[in-house]
Ligand binder design. Structure first.
Ligand SMILES: [Fe+2]
Ligand SMILES: [Fe+2]
Length: 355
């Protein structure tokens, strides 16, 4: 369920989606609304946390003690936690692909690179906040001394090199539905890794994951807000876009990761994430339900026949995914170059990290 390739096992090269001029007008008309909300959706740089706030201070006299305390705490992490943390870090590190994608959407572009338009300020501000996530997790993992950084860096290199195709073309409606979903998914995943770290006795990683999950929550709120406004301004097209995006399915951003050896590394990472309960098929269903509720899909009225059919499809969708999620189970074991080919057992049903 989490490996959304088409029947040929590859993402389509060409997107069929082209944004209409009416949609473009809606997006342009939202500039004032975005401008008014930017202050609460992005944190001022001076008030933001930075990766160094949570890493040993290498300029301090006692840097050796700081590093050894750091490594001692990280010694409590299990291989399962390391693998899901590495996968999440790799996902964050492919940020260049996500900014490129955002900047491709009609009406959202930053034409000069320093444009003062509210959409351009949002996309640069969002990218700048996100950039700290990969930086912090990368440095954290490096300092633990518990993972094969070269194998991980090779995986990031391949992922950015292979790209990222959400099948949303240049359509900001589909794009904002995708990001609303995906920010919520990353929030869930980081939060759950944090809970697992705490249980293992690594409170420091719990704190780090909590901070990152907090950013993801704010970003989720932003994209849902943009989309709520689109539902208000262009209801029928918005509901049709939501149904279309759900039919295309939400492709995981790190789908095309590769470590240079293991063709199914993403599938294995997804399986471990499900097995330990960090991000599961049940979460996929719950996110759909949360978005259907947030955008008040069931209450939309006066829809065309096609839009009413999309509404009905969306209102029953979470239940269908929940049924599928009940049938997910695992067997065997998987190994990862990231942790020097150590094996992780997959036996049993998907787990749940209760918070
Ligand atoms: Fe992030
Ligand atoms: Fe994010």
């Amino acid at each position: 369920m989490m490996n959304h390739k088409n029947e040929e096992g590859r993402m389509p090269d060409e997107n069929q989606v082209n944004v209409s001029s009416a949609q473009f007008e809606v997006i342009k008309s939202m500039e004032g609304f975005v401008d008014e909300n930017l202050g609460s959706l992005l944190r001022p740089v001076g008030e933001s946390w930075q990766p160094s706030d949570f890493l040993p201070d290498m300029t301090a006299e006692d840097w050796r003690e700081q590093v050894s305390l750091f490594r001692e705490r990280a010694g409590a992490l299990t291989d399962e936690i390391l693998v899901v943390l590495v996968g999440d870090m790799i996902t964050e590190e492919a940020l260049p692909s996500y900014q490129t994608w955002l900047n491709r959407m009609k009406g959202i572009q930053d034409p000069t690179g320093t444009s003062d338009s509210p959409w351009a300020r949002w996309s640069r501000g969002w990218t700048a906040e996100e950039n700290r996530h990969g930086d912090l997790l990368n440095k954290y993992l490096y300092l633990t001394g518990r993972v094969d950084m070269r194998a991980i860096e090779t995986t990031i290199h391949h992922l950015i090199n292979n790209g990222f195709n959400t099948q949303t073309g240049d359509d900001p409606y589909l794009g904002f539905i995708y990001t609303s979903f995906q920010e919520r998914a990353t929030k869930i995943s980081h939060r759950n890794v944090g809970v697992m770290a705490k249980r293992a006795g690594e409170e420091h990683l719990h704190k780090i994951c909590g901070l990152i999950a907090g950013d993801e929550a704010r970003h989720e709120k932003a994209y849902k807000l943009f989309m709520s406004k689109i539902f208000e301004l262009d209801t029928a097209r918005a509901v049709l876009s939501f149904a279309r995006m759900m039919k295309l399915k939400i492709v995981m951003p790190a789908l095309l990761m590769h470590d240079g050896k293991d063709e199914s590394i993403f599938t294995k990472f997804s399986a471990v994430a499900q097995k330990v309960g960090v991000y599961t098929a049940r979460d996929y269903a719950e996110i759909i339900e949360a978005l259907v509720q947030d955008w008040k899909i069931a209450a939309l009225q006066g829809l065309s026949d096609a839009a009413a059919r999309a509404q009905e499809y969306l209102c029953g969708l979470s239940h269908r995914y929940m049924k599928l999620a009940e049938r997910v189970s695992f067997s065997g074991s998987v190994k990862f170059s990231w942790i020097y080919d150590r094996e992780i057992a997959l036996l049993g049903d998907p787990g749940k990290v209760s918070t």
